[in-house]
Design a protein around this ligand. Structure first.
Ligand code: IPD
Ligand code: CA
Ligand code: CA
Length: 264
C-alpha cells in the first residue's frame, strides 16, 4: 500500500515546497548570463532559501524537533530525541552547471535511528520515500533493489573525489578494482539520487567516501526498506559517523566489498 502517513506527508509537502523555489532558480540560472562568481553566489542563495523553506515547514508541523541541515548545522530543539537531517540541495555542482540532476533530502532520526526518509528529484517529479518497516516507494510505486547477482552484469555508481575533497589515490585504486569487473561505473553527482537509484534497482550498487550525514541519512532508509544491504565502504556498520558507504543488494554487496578491499 502506498498511502503516506501524516509524518511522510509533512516531509513530502516540505520537499515539494522547497522544490518550487529551486526549480524557479534553476530555470533562471540557465537563462541568466552570470559570471562564474555570480553563478556560484546565485546557487548558494538558492540553496539557503531552500533550507529556510524546509526548516520553517518542518518546524511548523513538528515544533521542537532538532534540525541538522547542511547550511545551518545543528539547531537543537526542545525535543532532542527527534532530529531532521536535511540537505536542501544535493548535487550543487550539477545545479550550478545547469545539469538537471539534483535532489532535496530529508530524513527523520528518532533516538539515533532513521525512521522516515524523502528524496525528491524536482526535475523528474520523482518523490522517493520510506518509513521504517513499511517499504520504499517512488511516488505511488513500490520499489525493490535490483535482483542482479553477478558483478559482470552490475552497473555501479560512485563519487569521484574533486578539488579539495576526498582521497584521490585511494579512489583510483578502488575504481581500478571495480571498473575491470563490472558492466559500468557511473558518476552522476548526487549521492542522494545515487542511493534512490539503488533502491529503485537502476544501480546495482553505490560506494563513496567522505560524505556527510545529510547526503546519506535518507538514502540509508530508502535502500534498506527496498531490501538492500548497507555498510560503510570498509564493510563496517558505522555509515553516518564515517561518511563512507557501500549500498547494494544481498548478493552483490559481499562481492563488491571483496574487490574494494583489494584496493586497500
Ligand atoms: C555532494 C553530492 C556529490 C558527492 C559530494 C557531495 P552537495 O553534495 O552528493 O554526489 O560526491 O561529495 O558533497 O555538495 O551537492 O550537497
Ligand atoms: Ca549533499
Ligand atoms: Ca547540499
Amino acid at each position: 500500500m502506498s498511502t503516506q502517513s501524516a509524518l511522510l506527508k509533512v516531509m513530502s509537502d516540505a520537499a515539494r515546497k522547497a522544490a518550487r523555489g529551486l526549480n524557479r532558480d534553476f530555470g533562471e540560472l540557465a537563462e541568466l548570463q552570470v559570471s562564474k562568481k555570480g553563478a556560484a553566489d546565485y546557487v548558494s542563495a538558492a540553496d539557503l532559501k531552500a533550507e529556510q523553506t524546509l526548516f520553517e515547514a518542518l518546524a511548523k508541523a513538528r515544533p521542537g524537533y532538532s534540525f541538522l541541515g547542511e547550511e545551518r548545522g545543528l539547531i537543537e530543539g526542545t525535543d532532542k530525541t527527534h532530529t531532521w537531517i536535511v540537505d536542501p540541495l544535493d548535487g550543487t555542482t550539477n545545479f550550478l552547471h545547469a545539469i538537471p540532476h539534483f535532489a532535496i533530502n530529508i530524513a527523520l532520526q528518532r533516538e539515533g535511528v532513521i525512521v522516515a526518509a524523502v528524496t525528491y528529484n524536482p526535475i523528474t517529479n520523482e518523490l522517493y520515500w520510506a518509513e521504517k518497516g513499511k517499504g520504499c516507494f517512488v511516488n505511488d510505486k513500490r520499489l525493490r533493489v535490483a535482483a542482479r547477482k553477478h558483478l559482470d552484469e552490475a552497473v555501479l555508481a560512485t563519487g569521484i573525489p574533486f578539488l579539495g575533497h576526498g582521497q584521490h589515490a585511494k579512489f583510483l585504486k578502488e575504481l581500478h578494482q571495480m571498473s575491470q569487473r563490472v558492466a559500468g561505473v557511473r558518476r552522476f553527482g548526487s549521492a542522494a539520487l545515487d542511493l534512490a537509484f539503488v533502491a529503485a534497482g537502476r544501480f546495482d550498487g553505490f560506494w563513496e567516501r567522505d560524505l556527510k550525514p545529510w547526503d546519506l541519512a535518507a538514502g540509508l532508509l530508502l535502500v534498506s526498506e527496498a531490501g538492500g544491504k548497507i555498510t560503510n565502504a570498509d564493510g563496517d556498520e558505522d555509515v553516518l559517523g564515517t561518511g563512507s558507504i557501500l549500498a547494494s543488494n544481498l548478493e552483490l554487496h559481499p562481492l563488491i566489498l571483496e574487490k574494494l578491499k583489494l584496493a586497500n
